[in-house]
Design a protein around this ligand. Structure first.
Ligand code: PXP
Length: 238
């Protein structure tokens, strides 16, 4: 069974927002991502809507044919979006409103009762739940006790340590995913995965169901598309 690629389109929205119009069009890009082979689309509407706006999520939800994964901090605005849309999957992240990007997983022991309630709410909506965690085994045990369907392993530290010693960098992730599987949790992963480290990570994590990738993939898409695009513009000037 191969690992599914959910494409995080936040960066497309960041680019669009920088000019205040609708280029690139997030919905069109997401549809093309599906056409070009993505297994799912991920969005992370933040309270300040600095990239994906809540309206984008409504627009995407009616048109996406693969799985829509909505990640975010579960405040009341986020949860009412979820109850309106009922996406395939929700990934709860513990971000403070001002953080640049998700930079840690939940302390699932501390937030056990809140996460348990939220997971029950998702179950009522028929939405799969996933909780963003680091590799601390206690957090994974408590994620299972909170009734989550899956965890998403925060791979930032893996990516950071990969070039120094990749076997060492992945060690805790192997242990964490083994425990998750024993506890009946599905395993997703995301953050800072890229062309250099993805194959190694996926080969080491047994049963890895899904990776969610945004930043590096969009950077690579610009880079690999640059040559052809410059030529297209030069053609027009001949
Ligand atoms: N998973 C979560 C919970 C995230 O917040 C992000 C970034 O929005 C990602 C995965 C994707 O990370 P990256 O953009 O580094 O691929």
């Amino acid at each position: 069974m191969s690992t599914k690629l959910s494409l995080n389109v936040n960066k497309i929205a960041t680019l669009r927002n920088s000019r205040g119009q609708n280029r690139p069009n997030v919905v069109d890009v997401a549809l093309d991502c599906e056409k070009f082979g993505a297994d799912g689309i991920t969005v992370h509407p933040r309270p300040d809507e600095r990239h994906i706006k809540f309206q984008d999520v409504y627009d995407l939800s009616s048109i996406i044919k693969t799985e829509l994964n909505i990640e975010g901090y579960p405040n009341s605005k986020f949860m009412s979006l979820i109850s309106d849309i009922k996406p395939s999957q929700v990934t709860f992240v513990p971000d403070e409103p001002g953080v640049l990007t998700s930079n840690s997983g939940w302390n699932t022991q501390l937030h056990q009762s809140m996460l348990t309630e939220l997971n029950s709410e998702l179950r009522l909506h028929g939405v799969r739940s996933s909780i963003f965690v680091d590799t601390d085994l206690k957090n994974i045990e408590y994620a299972a006790m909170c009734g989550a369907d899956r965890i998403e392993l925060y791979t930032g530290p893996f990516a950071l340590n990969y070039s120094r010693d990749k076997e060492d960098a992945v060690k805790n992730y192997i242990n964490a995913s083994k425990l998750a599987l024993e506890l009946g949790l599905g395993v997703n992963a995301g953050h800072d995965l890229c062309l250099e480290n993805l194959k190694f990570f996926a080969s080491k994590i047994e049963g890895l169901l899904e990776v969610s990738i945004g930043h590096a993939l969009i950077c690579d898409a610009i880079y690999y598309g640059l040559q052809k695009t410059i030529q297209m513009y030069q053609e027009l000037l001949k």
